[in-house]
Design a protein around this ligand. Structure first.
Ligand SMILES: [Zn+2]
Length: 309
């Protein structure tokens, strides 16, 4: 009789609770990692980004509610390379969660799988430079996004081997989709090869290299330091010399400073997002985010070239 009862219960016990508990609870620092994690994990993961898409990734508000999210995480994905040094270590001090300890398979340090650029030969934070160990904005390059996606797939496979085939298949879909789009994006920006674009903050070396643009003039004198009149005067002189007519600004930076530089140089200010979700319709989707960025920039460069005397 006992056996019969067990057999009777078995399908119910196995069928219901497993489906509900099998999801990996993934926390990422910024929304770009979240979008990639969703692409790889699909409906097998719940993903939360700690930073908002319109928030400066260097200066995220370390609210106590974020500690609660980290305490529940099965996986933590961060950029590292000091991108989050101003806020993540402070949050982690309040976290008691061995699953995401450094060295655990569930702690993904994305910058480990990409080649950082602008790595200084000596460490110098003395003047407030927030890129002291190299440029941490490597996700604004689709090729790096695929490298990070592969690392995330490895982590998911090791934590949830039963679904490894699905993670691998999602990785292939993501990678194929980006490959196809990359060719399209490169074609769109090809007419502007070598053109100089001015940026407020130096988030763009990986993007510039991938698409053949020159993004090497910044309104900030050093990453993380506010613009000064002397520095802006120097930038404006260089913009006039090189006929640079586009200034790109992220939503969390001071647009008015960019507008005043634009007025003095005949340039235009272009609002660009550096994270999925900052622009409506790009939520949780790295490809849509990158598509919006490339198309906005190509349109602005096209219009500014047409205006040239
Ligand atoms: Zn930065």
């Amino acid at each position: 009789m006992k056996t019969k009862t067990l057999f009777g219960l078995f399908p119910l016990v196995v069928g219901l609770p497993l489906a509900a508990h099998a999801k990996l609870n993934v926390v990422t620092t910024t929304p770009d990692f979240a979008a990639v994690a969703k692409a790889i994990g699909g409906d097998r993961v719940d993903v939360t980004a700690l930073a908002k898409p319109t928030e400066d990734p260097h200066f995220v508000d370390a609210k106590p509610s974020l500690i609660l999210k980290l305490n529940k995480a099965d996986v933590l994905i961060e950029g590292r390379a000091e991108l989050e040094i101003g806020w993540l270590p402070a949050l982690l001090q309040g976290v008691r969660n061995p699953r995401i300890a450094i060295g655990a398979p569930s702690r993904v340090l994305a910058s480990e799988v990409v080649e950082l650029v602008e790595v200084p030969t000596t460490l110098d934070r003395s003047r407030g430079d927030v890129h002291a160990v190299g440029n941490p904005h490597f996700m604004i390059d689709p090729v790096n996004a695929v490298l990070v996606a592969r690392r995330i797939a490895d982590a998911f496979c090791s934590l949830d081997p039963a679904a490894a085939e699905a993670y691998r298949s999602n990785l292939k879909t993501f990678s194929d989709r980006l490959d196809a789009k990359l060719a399209e994006w490169q074609k769109l920006l090809a007419p502007f090869k070598g053109q100089r674009v001015v940026a407020y903050h130096n988030s763009w070396p990986y993007f510039a290299r991938r698409f053949g643009l020159q993004i090497d003039l910044f309104l900030e004198p050093k990453p993380g330091l506010p613009p000064t009149p002397a520095h802006l005067a120097d930038v404006m002189a260089k913009m006039k010399e090189s006929e640079a007519r586009v200034i790109i600004v992220q939503p969390y930076l001071n647009r008015r400073t960019a507008e005043s530089v634009a007025r003095n140089t005949g340039a235009v200010v272009v609002d660009v997002a550096d994270f999925p979700g900052a622009v409506k319709g790009t939520e949780d989707d790295y490809v849509k985010f990158m598509d919006h960025l490339v198309v906005s920039l190509a349109n602005a460069l096209g219009q500014s070239s047409a205006k040239k005397p």
